[in-house]
Write a protein that binds this ligand. Sequence first.
Ligand code: DQQ
Length: 489
Amino acid sequence: MKIVISFLTLAIFALALNAAEKNPAIDRAMAGVESAVGKAKVDVTRPVYHFHAPANWMNDPNGPIFFNGYYHMFYQLNPYGDNWGNMHWGHARSRDLVSWEHLPIALWPSKERGEEHCFSGCATTGSDGRAMIIYTSIGQGKRADDYAEQWGAISDGDLLVWGKHPKNPLLTDKLHGDLKVYDWRDPFLFRDGGRDFLVLGGNLNQRKGGQAVVLLYEAENPQLTEWKFRGVLFTHPDAKVVNIECPNFFPLDGHWVLVVSPHGKVEYFTGKFDPVAGKFTAEQRGLIDGSDNYYAPNCLLDPQGRRVMWGWVRGFKSGLGWNGCLTLPRVLGVDSQGQLRERVAPEISKLRGERFELTEFKVVEGSRKIEIQGDTLEIEIELESGTASDFGLKVRSARDGSAAVPIGYDGKSLGVGSARIPFSLRPDEKALTFHVFLDKSVVEVFANDRACVTRVINAKSEDLGVEVFATRGEITVRSLKAWPLRPIW
Ligand code: DQQ
């Protein structure tokens, strides 16, 4: 069965290659990716139900959009190797957020026009019903921190073939007048009160200590080719944050949400947006994900009105013919206290195999091996804290107990492998629920839907055990459910 699926994937990819035939830059890039598919495919550590490129390096999700019955995902891609460089936009689509079909590379650096990289950006449906991409174009021999332009691209009806916008560049730094903006990149579009706005990240003093900003622009025509600079929407409150990448800004559950990638853990701020003053006032803040293996997320609004977000999972070994994947799609919400909630889209449960279940049991000082095993699992466990000082799950555990990836809580913090973030149960929370998605070398953990940690892990292929542990005391497991998850590729 596995062989059939992988031939199918290759066939779709070959079809995509044909569709892109007329653009030699894309032909070359597609051939580059294809030449690494064989190597990437045999690596047993590669995730099997997370989204990834056919092969080679990928990073940020770009311009996710729901268009004509498909979710489209674009992403930063180096077609020529499994390290960062030669930034193109890879492309795939999905009917259901679960299975993805690889499509021809969407954007390539237009070398003849002096373009070196197509950096991150967004996609939208224009007033004429056609899709449009706005992205950061980095010029040849130019420093990305000091020089960038925002370019557009437009496509055919199915988004299979893209061309650079005839009006490029759409935004240049001339818009800022005397204000010098460094690391100016990563456009994100939003609409408010019938007006089109764009935010971009950067900093005002070239990373010399502070003034990491999100800048605001407003469209002057429905074609989104004329823009005016509205000013600084937001300045990061922490002086040690020197720059902001990939801002996302959108309304959700009666709040405005700003997501920033500050060269460290990805943060969110919830608060108020004043479109007249062009200012965002933050009221609450938190982490989108507690791990630096998670970065540069991007999101879309789907036909069901859901705000769905993906992050880039980074930190894999190089030399494997692939590097990078996306998190599972997470549906966002804001609770009554202005804090962000994240849940894996329910569609992912389509991948579940036979359910394994245990009802209430205790673990006293030590650990209990669970009968289900594997490296592609979903586990949901509800734990009631007892006397144990530290408790939780272990996955990828070795038979002889010599290795494991712990997912634990010690009353004040949450640990996933080597990552640890502050976390405490609230007085109204009687139990701790871990929702765990293990996919070979990636684990995504959700604690009571309000703390998430994505981790890249190193485990031996034979270490497949699952355990529940309690240190210095006992705990009660109210329920444990687990499912093997099927591959999507
Ligand atoms: N990745 C892109 C940039 C962005 C960074 C370049 C974030 O546009 O700022 O690959 O990971």
